[in-house]
Design a protein around this ligand. Structure first.
Ligand code: BJW
Length: 244
């Protein structure tokens, strides 16, 4: 692929919005959603990541998130996460990293200007009082809220199907003035994130770059495609982009 061409475009422009998906963390050992191992204990993601699924079987949903929260202790940021943190530090214009991922690998790599649009595994929310708190332990149907004391209202601070993702207004504003939209490791099937490329493309001068190991549902919207794993391709793109 045309790494050099993509890098030239990146360095020449000012405002960049980066969107990451599960492919970003795949090489760190965090499973993707729609790969060959896309089922969890035989359940489709919609069964365990929806308000209906939670109402039907809260303990199943808690177990799904408890296991994934615990698994965060066994994974580390990869070279791609580190490259994005470097891009943010050394970028001369406005920078915004939007992730669909609920792991904390971007922040552990050093990213700061970061939106978790689908929530965070290491946070919990009380449906009784609305308090959002850091959470590294297990959650269950009998967990007590540390803020209001109610039992039974605690849930993962995660955006499930049918719920509205976080900070959409900030994201849309950034996309409207983006000179570059870099989309990394997402299959482009879950909205509204899957629509960000079209939104960015509505600004005629915006360059759209997609990085993935394969073509996706939204590939047609992009001007450039970097085909390969993030741990290899992102450090190369960032290095070239930051060279004067
Ligand atoms: C690599 C790699 C490597 C691998 N290097 N690449 C019908 C039509 C249109 C929309 C809808 C519809 N019916 C319902 C909807 C809406 C629904 C939706 O989009 N559903 C679709 C499935 C059809 N969306 C919603 O409900 C959202 N809310 C909403 O729409 O609210 C209404 C509203 C919005 C805006 C304004 C007003 C109202 C909420 C979506 C919540 C998504 N939640 C999940 C689970 C929770 C988080 C969790 O538990 O972890 O979020 S679903 C799951 O999918 C997760 C992910 O963030 C999300 C996206 O997945 P992602 O990241 O793309 O992963 P994969 O596995 O699909 O792809 C990985 C990619 O990486 C692949 O392409 C690989 O090739 C690549 N790759 N290794 C580079 N090394």
């Amino acid at each position: 692929m045309r790494q050099a061409a993509a890098a030239e475009e990146v360095s020449a422009e000012r405002n960049i919005v980066v969107l990451t998906g599960a492919g970003m963390s795949a090489e760190s050992g965090v499973p993707t959603f729609r790969g060959v191992d896309g089922l969890w204990e035989g359940h489709h993601i919609e069964m365990v990541a929806s308000p209906e699924g939670f109402a039907r079987d809260p303990e199943l949903v808690h177990r799904f998130y408890n296991l994934r929260r615990a698994a965060l202790k066994t994974v580390e940021p990869n070279a791609g996460h580190l490259a994005l943190a470097r891009l943010e530090r050394e970028w001369r214009g406005r920078f915004l990293l939007v992730t669909q991922n609920v792991d904390d690998l971007h922040e552990r790599a050093g990213s700061e200007r970061l939106i978790h649009m689908h929530g965070e595994l290491r946070k919990a929310r009380c449906e009784c009082c609305g308090e959002v708190s850091s959470w590294t332990k297990e959650l269950s149907s009998v967990t007590r809220c540390l803020a209001c004391g109610e039992v039974g209202g605690m849930r993962p601070h995660i955006v499930w199907f049918g719920e509205i993702p976080f900070e959409l207004e900030t994201i849309m504003t950034a996309l409207k003035s983006a000179d570059i939209f870099l989309c990394i490791g997402t299959s482009g099937v879950v909205y509204p994130a899957a629509g960000f490329a079209r939104q960015a493309a509505s600004r005629p001068d915006c360059r759209l770059i997609e990085m993935n190991i394969e073509r996706t549902e939204i590939s047609r919207h992009f001007h450039e495609h970097i085909v390969g794993p993030v741990s290899v391709e992102l450090p190369v793109l960032v290095e070239k982009s930051l060279m004067e």
